[in-house]
Design a protein around this ligand. Structure first.
Ligand code: BG6
Length: 317
């Protein structure tokens, strides 16, 4: 029988440990009671650290990283928007730099939300960017009224990233978007990527030609720079997971929603040698970029329209 004067649900105990979130000098840090933590620079809304409760760092960051806002952050998770790769002449993004402006822009921290219910150990951090966060020359090169909301949700062993793009104006615009994640590895020679077999990829080292992936398990044994196209997973059909294995054991499971592509990038010896902000030079052995995104075709938004895409990294080791 329905009780007439049902007592309100019990509030979370004031003694129950809650996630903590700090903003200091342009850096947001969140920590769960389980010990999982994440660090995000407002510069580029770049995640620079994701640790699981054991204290294990899951992201690779160069030891020569530049963190003063004069250069995009080498490592962690830079955001790519509105163009992926070098600027494409004759496109509206043609005057922008490689990978667009989002990773170099001054983002705003919009706030946190965490459920107060017992046992729900997660925290969501929201970041926003609009034309006012861009330097004048960039605005002049991409003169659209846009709004980005980037949400980073930390839960036990998981990092969920979601990007929402809104056309706040009346002029339509086209864009790419991608999460440029540098996963930390013990040893690239022991690493394989699973879940790509029978998909097509564009090989950026072979003149952007398209190939079919034959490997069940893809080893990384040389410079690799490929953009794969995956069957798009939805919330109902979310089985298009990619698995990174180290020495045969799963270390990351990656699932995405509404993102048709994933870039697999490792600069290997020579390319890394030429990158001044990438140290140590043998650090190519300890990272793999696995970058879910939507980058082979332009996404188009008419005035008032919204696009969103998201991905989840689950750490298994
Ligand atoms: C990857 C690209 O996403 O980013 C590579 O596929 C590129 O071609 C790499 O080299 C790093 O780019 P950047 O601009 O951060 O040096």
């Amino acid at each position: 029988m329905e009780r007439k004067h049902r007592p309100p649900p019990l509030p979370a105990s004031p003694f129950m440990p809650q996630p903590t979130v700090d903003l200091n000098n342009g850096v947001v840090t969140a920590r769960l009671p389980s010990g999982d933590s994440v660090t995000i620079y407002l510069y580029g809304a770049t995640v620079t650290s994701w640790k699981t409760s054991s204290g294990k760092e899951q992201l690779f960051v160069s030891s020569a990283v530049v963190l003063d806002g004069s250069k995009s952050i080498r490592g962690g998770i830079p955001l790519v928007f509105p163009n992926f790769g070098p600027p494409i002449k004759d496109h509206a993004t043609g005057g922008l730099r490689q990978h667009g402006f989002a990773r170099n822009a001054a983002w705003e921290f919009l706030g946190k939300s965490s459920s107060e219910s017992a046992g729900d150990d997660s925290v969501k951090l929201d970041f926003g960017l609009g034309p006012s966060g861009l330097a004048e020359p960039i605005r002049a090169n991409w003169d659209y009224n846009f709004g980005l909301v980037y949400s980073v949700t930390l839960s036990k062993n998981k990092l969920h990233l979601s990007l929402l793009v809104k056309n706040e104006g009346t002029k339509p615009f086209e864009f790419h978007a991608l999460f440029h994640t540098y996963l930390a590895l013990k040893d690239i020679s022991q690493t394989t990527v699973h879940g790509l077999r029978n998909t097509q990829y564009v090989d950026r080292l072979l003149g952007d030609k398209t190939f079919q992936e034959e490997h069940d398990e893809l080893p990384i044994t040389a410079e690799t720079d490929r953009v794969y196209t995956l069957p798009v997973a939805t919330s109902e059909n979310n089985d298009a997971a990619l698995v990174v294995k180290e020495a045969g054991s799963p270390s990351f499971v990656v699932t995405s929603e509404s993102l048709p592509n994933v870039t697999v990038w490792n600069g290997w010896i020579d390319k890394i040698k030429g990158m001044r902000d990438f140290e140590p030079k043998d650090g190519y052995k300890r990272y793999l970029c696995l970058e879910p995104g939507s980058v082979l075709k332009w996404n188009k938004l008419e005035g008032g329209e919204v696009w969103s895409g998201s991905t989840t990294y689950e750490a298994k080791l």
